[in-house]
Design a protein around this ligand. Sequence first.
Ligand SMILES: O=C(O)C(=O)C[C@H](O)C(=O)CO
Ligand SMILES: [Zn+2]
Length: 275
Amino acid sequence: MEQRYATSPEHIPGMDTDELRSRYLVQGLFVRGEVNVTYTHHDRVVLGGAAPGDEPLPLPTYPEIRSEYFLEHREIGIVNVGAPATVTTDGEVHEMPTGACLYVGRGVRDVVFANAGDGQAELYLFSAPAHTAYPTVLTLPGQGTVRELGDQLTSNRRSLNQYIHENGVKSCQIVMGVTQLHPGSMWNTMPAHTHDRRMEAYLYFDVPQDARVIHILGRPDETRHLVVADREAIISPSWSVHSGVGTAAYSFVWAMAGENQSFDDMDGFPVTEMR
Ligand SMILES: O=C(O)C(=O)C[C@H](O)C(=O)CO
Ligand SMILES: [Zn+2]
């Protein structure tokens, strides 16, 4: 498990491209036959990917979390961005087509990932500390709460699907969903915002191989950018904006944890005030 310690806005002006990438960009999540996770000390979130091979792939525990099994003190949200999968939780099999989201609560001992067919499943993982156990719930693509956002005229028309949230699947901390850009729209989360009460992570996917997303981070008046490829994730501290523009349409899994689960608790910034 890779450890990434927390940073503050004062660190941003002194960072060059390599340091920005090493602190906020997470690459190589999906390696066949492996679970790869990163521990960010921003709200103690663990994020990563599981890409089962020919054999079922268990979610291991790690010395860094001092737990007998991964979910002893944690909860996890899982979104399948690859081919159909199964996720088995304490012997119960959940069929996960592409785009499905599974919430697994604290206290589940065994989580096992497998391919459901010939294709390569790619399960994005986002885990936070949990104080109690909520039931494991599968949400199929299209079954979440959908919000239509933006406008084709400003190149930011997108469908935001809320899966784990205060009016949907219950969790201790995690708020999670998927946003899909409509064809011809390139901008996500514009106008941009921060939420000092929660960190957030994005996993960009369905980014064409010859395209990139220019992801904007930092305080709104002192921004920097990361050039992000398909199936790469970004860590957005609570004080940072998180917005991006693609060179083609794309989708992303967003997930948050922290002080509250109120999706609309955001501090928006007009683009005219950003620097
Ligand atoms: O398209 C969007 O806008 C988003 O998906 C925004 C994220 O969900 C977010 O930043 C929530 O705080
Ligand atoms: Zn946000």
